[in-house]
Design a protein around this ligand. Structure first.
Ligand code: HEM
Length: 489
């Protein structure tokens, strides 16, 4: 018996040490090769899991850029690592990020984890490249940025928030994360397909909720798995959106009356003849429906999370809150005196509130990085990104770098009044940049401004203790509960 046990112990030890030695040899050969071709320095960590555990642990901590900072100090601003099943090069350098984002000649293409690519579909704007991406980006960006849309949607946003806020005083606790999510979803659906509250909206909310669960899950697809369920939800979503697109197309042909006003994103894509670009073709109906569904992804969670984290920062910083209240009250009084309605420009001219939004975007890092794959060898600032490698351009590292922002962990909206901090610079990229700069940037800032204005001019609040979680996406641990007290005017 003793002999048998001893035999197994020796066998396991020798085979595992052999395996370890083999792993070390392979690692040594691979690293030697990488060094020769000039891949940035770094570590591949443990076999299979690489440095994933460190990466996740730092994501759960209060300072998620610790993972990047440690490696930046060891290897320099651009380093290699192995996380989430991939060897990749991480850039914490704003100049390198800029080149990656600008993507001249389509060198860097989007490279999302497998579960995401499976869900998005090949013709999603988030995955496509080349002329079609440019065409769609220009169309959507032009529409979302247009003063006509902003003027029209401002009324809808105001009404939605006012209605929601009027119910808060009856609630014991208000969960900001939940409330803002409901409202911003309604607004998004309105902008994309002009659906008002009702059965269709409830159906979309339910199915989209199921669909979005699959974005961060194991890429295993058979009945019962998350990925399977969410692909089914996507099928149902698509069916509904296809029906709407077809109805709208028929209505358009029947009336032949198009007018100048683009109603929503469906209208925009149906009207486009492709004349302004080399394709010269109309967009197929199934392509339009697919993209409408997929365009809900970048807009759905981001805007309400910025609103939620802004409430957290304001609750923690009473001096900032007082200044925001003063500025917004002033506008409210002016409007009451003149009897005029609010214009969208009123909201975005609240300069201090805009600085609060910029500071929230800098510190919250709702989209902390973008993933790309290099289609050929590229050298940037002396760092080589070899063909086929994945590169992660980290925005959060740049936003939290003390060389870029003095005292970066301090919530300081006043820094945006000084020179050095500018909302359109390389060191501030919450909406990405270059060819894929978020087309929803201005609309998002407008929505957040309207929310903050009506919140701070309607209520005082007390926030319960809560904390920001950064992994896998930014969320509040307790959904940001507050109790509100109406302001006496
Ligand atoms: C605060 C809110 C938002 C943030 C922080 C944000 C951030 C971003 C970022 C970083 C990208 C670039 C992704 C990349 O380069 O791979 C992006 C792209 C995009 N965003 Fe946003 N976004 C926000 C809101 C919205 C909204 C409200 C919409 C739609 C109504 C939207 C639609 C899009 C689309 C369609 C793209 C893809 C553009 C392309 O690849 O050409 N976003 N967003």
């Amino acid at each position: 018996m003793e002999w048998t046990l001893g035999y197994w112990v020796v066998l396991v030890m020798s085979s595992s040490s052999c395996g370890w030695c083999l792993y070390k040899v392979i690692k040594w050969i691979v690293e030697g090769k990488e060094k020769k071709i000039g891949v940035p320095r770094g570590s591949s960590g443990w076999p299979f899991i690489g440095e994933t555990l460190h990466f996740i642990a730092s994501g759960y901590s209060s300072r998620p850029v610790t993972f990047m900072d440690k490696r930046k100090n060891l290897y320099g601003r651009v380093f290699k690592t192995h996380i989430l099943g991939r060897h990749l090069i991480v850039s914490t350098d704003q100049d390198v990020n800029k080149v990656v984002l600008q993507n001249h000649g389509n060198v860097f293409i989007p490279y999302y984890p497998k579960s995401i690519t499976e869900l998005l579909g090949k013709s999603s704007i988030l995955q496509m490249n080349g002329a079609l991406q440019k065409r769609l980006h220009a169309l959507i960006g032009g529409f979302l940025r247009s003063p006509q849309l902003k003027a029209r949607i401002t009324k809808d946003i105001e009404n939605s928030f006012k209605l929601s806020l009027s119910t808060w005083k009856h609630k014991h606790l208000v969960f900001i994360q939940e409330e803002t999510k409901q409202i911003t979803f309604e607004i998004l659906v309105k902008v994309l397909m002009s659906i008002d509250p009702g059965e269709d909206l409830n159906f979309l909310k339910r199915e989209f909720g199921e669909f979005i669960k699959g974005l961060i899950c194991l890429p295993i697809k058979f009945p019962g798995t998350t990925l399977y369920k969410c692909l089914k939800a996507k099928e149902r979503l698509l069916k509904m959106v296809q029906r709407i697109v077809e109805e709208r197309k028929m209505a358009m042909e029947k009336t032949e009356e198009k007018g100048n006003l683009v109603k929503d994103a469906i209208d925009l894509l149906l009207r486009d003849t492709g004349e302004s670009n080399e394709t010269q073709q109309r967009l197929p109906l199934d392509f339009i429906s697919g993209n409408i569904v997929e365009m809900m992804i970048p807009g759905e969670d981001t805007v309400p999370m910025v609103m939620t984290v802004a409430v957290k920062f304001l609750s923690d910083n009473p001096v900032v809150l007082t200044r925001v209240v003063e500025e917004n009250m002033e506008l409210k009084k002016l409007k009451a005196l003149s009897g005029d309605e609010y214009a969208w420009t009123d909201y975005v001219s609240l300069q201090f509130t805009q600085n609060v939004i910029s500071e929230t975007l800098r510190m919250a890092n709702i989209i902390n990085a973008v993933w790309r794959k290099a289609l050929k060898d590229v050298e940037i600032k002396g760092y080589l990104i070899p063909k086929g490698w994945c590169v992660l351009a980290s925005f959060s590292s740049v936003h939290m770098d003390e060389e870029n922002y003095e005292n970066p962990y301090k919530f300081d909206p006043w820094r945006w009044e000084k020179t050095g901090a500018a909302v359109n610079s390389n060191i501030f990229t919450p909406f990405g940049g270059g060819q894929r700069l978020c087309p929803g940037l201005e609309l998002s800032r407008l929505e957040i401004s309207i929310f903050l204005h009506h919140l701070v001019t309607t209520y005082r609040w007390e926030a319960e203790a809560d904390e920001i979680l950064n992994f896998p996406t930014v969320k509040m641990r307790k959904k940001m509960p507050i109790t509100v007290m109406p302001i006496d005017h």
